[in-house]
Write a protein that binds this ligand. Structure first.
Ligand SMILES: [Zn+2]
Length: 129
């Protein structure tokens, strides 16, 4: 397995590539790499109400023990949060708009129970309409 220990520049480049591919725009916000050991999360999207900054945060230690594909999948998932947030659309893991966009671009759905239930509901409703 090739390690997902990307440099910050590589993460920016990948984020740009994915944003251009899926939405025709560049990634215009921040990515932060912290060095903390994370056990329960792979990445997180943060909106700072105070400064208005949007940040995707990842951990070098976490990324290093994951595969390249896994890290890029996590980055794409956070980019969906970013994209919808930028457009002022609902962007929580359990929002139907978020789930739909994840399906469109091939991003993972959160494993959190609320999100999984919302995903099941979304698929059920899609079948019946
Ligand atoms: Zn999420």
């Amino acid at each position: 397995m090739e390690s997902g220990n990307f440099t910050l520049n590589e993460l920016y480049k990948s984020a740009n590539d994915m944003c251009l591919k899926h939405w025709g725009v560049e990634y215009s916000d921040q990515i932060e790499l912290v060095h903390t050991n994370w056990s329960v999360q792979n990445a997180v999207f943060i909106y700072d109400r105070g400064t208005g900054e949007r940040i995707i945060r990842m951990s070098t230690k976490r990324n290093a023990i994951r595969s390249k594909e896994g890290v890029l999948q996590s980055l794409l998932h956070e980019l969906v949060h970013w994209r919808l947030h930028l457009q002022g659309l609902p962007c929580r893991d359990e929002d139907p708009e978020f789930i739909e966009e994840c399906i469109n671009v091939g991003a993972n759905i959160s494993l959190a129970k609320k999100a999984q239930l919302a995903f099941e509901q979304f698929m059920l409703e899609r079948k019946t309409t």
